[in-house]
Design a protein around this ligand. Structure first.
Ligand code: AMP
Length: 209
């Protein structure tokens, strides 16, 4: 059995065509079904549906053989314990700094609200900016509006969430896409099955691109 960890939402929706290329079609739909383990049309493959930030943990500990995770999540988690064989080029977005639209350029010591503590720390350190990082778990956009932080670090796709909250994107930290990650022991123990899946995904990506 190969277990693949995927998070609900955009990553799941974008991953479905790639999984289908390897003959993997979930039997239940996680939007309507509360099962956390989904059987698929391949009796040797099952999906586990978990939070995006938990995917590297499940794969690192071997609770899942493979997973699909955003580069943002992998960088923040630290992906030394995982193989990252493929950029699936799905769920694309940008990791950016953003401030109130009327805010002056950032200078001096600043406060930054984000769930990406490690990434933000190393980004501002690399720019020589003294930043106090405040960890939040959601609604980052609120922080500059209520005086909690001068700026936020968050994912931006259309920019509509920032705009709706009178914020604007400032600096691009990095382009983000979702990656296939593989447990290191699984890569050895289930080598044939895993490399076969990877080559199906690669072919589907080549056709799509
Ligand atoms: P948008 O309004 O389209 O710029 O989307 C921004 C909101 O969606 C923010 O709350 C982001 O954290 C979230 N978001 C955007 N793209 C992604 C993605 N690829 N994965 C997870 N969250 C995302």
């Amino acid at each position: 059995m190969i277990t693949i960890a995927v998070s609900k939402g955009r990553i799941y929706e974008d991953a479905l065509p790639l999984l289908a290329a390897a003959g993997i079609v979930p039997i239940d739909d996680p939007k309507t079904c509360r099962k956390l383990i989904l059987a698929t049309t391949r009796p040797d493959v099952q999906l586990v549906i978990i939070r995006a930030t938990d995917v590297p943990t499940f794969v690192e500990y071997g609770a899942a053989d493979m997973g699909v995770a955003g580069k943002d999540v992998l960088l923040e988690h630290g992906a030394e314990g995982l193989y990252e064989p493929l950029d699936l080029k799905i769920a694309g977005c940008r990791l950016m700094t953003a401030t109130h639209k009327d805010a002056p350029e950032l200078s001096g010591r600043i406060r930054v609200a984000t769930k990406y503590v490690k990434i933000a720390q190393s980004y501002f350190a690399s720019k020589g900016i003294q930043a106090e990082i405040i960890k939040l778990y959601g609604s980052m956009e609120l922080a500059p509006l209520v005086g909690l932080a001068d700026c936020i670090v968050d994912l931006v796709d259309t920019g509509n969430t920032l705009k709706a909250n009178d914020l604007e994107p400032r600096e691009l930290i990095m382009d983000i896409s979702s990656r296939l990650v593989v447990n290191k022991a699984s890569m050895k123990m289930k080598h044939g099955a895993i490399t076969d899946l990877i080559s199906h995904f690669e072919k589907a990506l080549a056709i799509r691109n």
